[in-house]
Design a protein around this ligand. Structure first.
Ligand code: UTP
Length: 291
């Protein structure tokens, strides 16, 4: 089997309850950081990593995501009438090519593992990436690109990894670390949301994965894990003695945009990283008391 990663799955079927009321009618993945929705960053990152086919696992109330990645003849006509050829060109540049985007629906949000399983027929028999749009990463080299390069050497299953504090381990999948060689960590498995004090390490799994299609063999069983959800980390743990499992300690700053305070931090960090916004925003921040 080839190690080339051509397809990416974007699970966007979750309810986003931690971000209510913003997410009552608007998908969490459409929340904008500066001027792009979260899902737009995820697709850009996938494309930068060489991904050619984009598979979205959507759910009820998520049609804004499909509209976002669709051609809008009306908008193009209106921009043309205003002489905005620059804006038209910009729009066309990021729109996925016809036939390269697929949508399937997760009928019930039964967990991340279940969402990925819903994409099994679209993925087929090849390794594939999974990107969670609410994990937004600011980095010089896109996180998935870093991983795809490392993956070419090691194959198997790979997850993005981040060191977290002791009090945070119970919110993540935590790697059972065997050895480390620079940013590449060899792991014997992964435990979902271990209680503090029982975590095998402080290395947490973040929302970027490269997986072999055998992951669907486990997910086919529809076994419920932590929180009663069908967990992707349980499937990855099951695979650990069948294919090598690696963590990739990525270069970059990660924001969990499913959490309000981190979403705000992401907006500030991404705006400060932009030349057209930095000075104005910095000047404003300096006016804040205690800033
Ligand atoms: P989260 O658990 O962070 O998202 O899943 P959530 O369930 O939407 O949010 P809260 O906890 O209620 O606030 C991370 C990603 O996995 C997707 C979500 O859409 C999100 O992008 N997901 C999660 C699914 O696609 N299906 C699910 O059943 C669960």
């Amino acid at each position: 089997m080839t190690n080339k990663v051509r397809k990416a799955v974007f699970p966007v079927g979750g309810l986003g309850t931690r971000f209510l009321p913003a997410t009552k009618a608007l998908p969490k993945e459409m929340l904008p950081v500066v001027d792009k929705p979260l899902i737009h960053y995820a697709v850009e990152e996938a494309r930068a990593a060489g991904i050619e086919e984009f598979i979205f696992v959507t759910g009820k109330g998520k049609s804004a995501i499909e509209d976002h990645f669709d051609y809008s003849g009306e908008l193009v006509a209106q921009l043309a009438a205003r002489g905005r050829t620059d804006a038209i060109e910009e729009l066309q540049a990021w729109l996925p090519a016809p036939g390269k985007v697929a949508y399937t629906r997760q009928q019930e949000p039964l967990g991340l593992g279940h969402a990925v399983w819903c994409a099994r027929h679209l993925v087929g028999d090849e390794p594939f990436a999974v990107l969670l749009a609410d994990d937004l990463i600011l980095s010089a080299e896109p996180c998935l690109k870093q991983m795809v390069e490392a993956y070419g050497e090691v194959g198997g299953n790979m997850v993005a990894a981040l060191t977290v504090a002791d009090e945070a381990v119970s919110r993540y999948g935590i790697l059972k670390v065997e050895s480390q060689d620079g940013p590449l960590v060899r792991a014997a498995g992964v435990v979902e949301k271990p209680p503090r004090g029982e975590a095998p390490s402080n290395l947490a799994v973040i929302g970027r994965y490269i997986l072999v299609p055998q992951v669907f063999e486990y997910l086919d069983r529809q076994e419920r894990g932590a929180g009663g959800e069908i967990q992707l980390t349980d499937a990855i743990d099951w695979l650990a003695d069948k294919a090598p499992l690696h963590g990739w300690c990525f270069e970059g700053q990660r924001f969990d945009c499913g959490v309000k305070a981190e979403f705000l931090q992401a907006n500030i960090a991404f705006a400060l990283a932009r030349e057209d916004m930095r000075d104005e925003l910095q000047a404003f921040l300096r006016t804040l008391p205690d800033a």
